[in-house]
Design a protein around this ligand. Structure first.
Ligand code: GDP
Length: 163
C-alpha cells in the first residue's frame, strides 16, 4: 500500500535481486496472482514464496477474497503527503478494519537526505501507535531492502507459528 510514486514497484523489483532469493520453481500460481510479483525467499533453511499485491491494482482486495498475511505500507520520507496517506492507511487497517495481521511501515527514498521531510522519530512514534514495525529503505541504493524482505517474512512466520 502507499501513494503513487513512493517506490513500491522499485522495492518489489529489488526484492528479486535479494541475496535471500530462493530457487523454487513457479507452480500453480492462481490467475489473479501475476507470477512476476512472486519472490522466493530462502530464510533459516526454509523456502517461502511471497506474493506482492499492489493496492492500486486490487483496491477491493477484501471483496476479492484474497488471503493477506501482511500489509506493507510505504511512503517516501521526502514527501509529506505520502506520509499522511500512509498514516491514514494504518488507521484504516487497525481501527476501521480491525486487522491484527503484521503491518510494516516503510519510509523509502532515504537517499534523498536533503529533501527529507519526515523525521525517523516521528515515523517510529506513529508505527508504535499502530503496533507496526518501521524500517527506512532506499530502493535506489538497495539499502535495507533485504532487511525489509526478511522482516516481512519473519513477521508472517511469527504470526503463523509464534515462538
Ligand atoms: P510506485 O508508484 O510506488 O510503484 O513507485 P515507483 O517504484 O514506480 O517509483 C517512482 C519513482 O521513484 C521512480 O522514478 C523511481 O525510480 C523512484 N524511486 C523509487 N525508489 C526510490 C528511492 O529509494 N530513492 C529515489 N531517489 N528514487 C526512488
Amino acid at each position: 500500500m502507499g501513494a503513487p510514486g513512493v517506490g513500491k514497484t522499485a522495492l518489489t523489483r529489488q526484492f528479486m535481486t535479494s541475496e535471500y532469493k530462493g530457487t523454487y520453481a513457479e507452480a500453480n500460481t492462481p490467475d489473479i496472482l501475476e507470477p512476476e510479483r512472486n519472490v522466493h525467499v530462502l530464510l533459516d533453511g526454509e523456502e517461502s514464496t511471497l506474493h506482492f499485491l499492489d493496492e492500486e491494482q486490487h483496491p477491493d482486495f477484501e471483496a476479492e477474497d484474497i488471503p493477506i498475511d501482511a500489509y506493507v505500507v510505504v511512503f517516501a520520507v521526502s514527501n509529506t503527503a505520502s506520509y499522511n496517506q500512509a498514516v491514514k492507511s494504518l488507521r484504516t487497517l487497525r481501527e476501521e478494519h480491525r486487522i491484527n495481521k503484521a503491518v510494516i511501515l516503510v519510509g523509502n527514498k532515504i537517499d534523498l537526505a536533503r529533501q527529507r521531510r519526515i523525521a525517523k522519530h516521528d515515523a517510529l512514534r506513529i508505527a508504535k501507535k499502530f503496533d507496526c514495525r518501521y524500517i527506512e529503505t532506499s530502493a535506489a541504493l538497495n539499502h535495507h531492502v533485504d532487511e525489509l524482505l526478511v522482516g516481512i517474512l519473519s513477521q508472517i512466520r511469527q504470526q503463523i507459528a509464534p515462538s
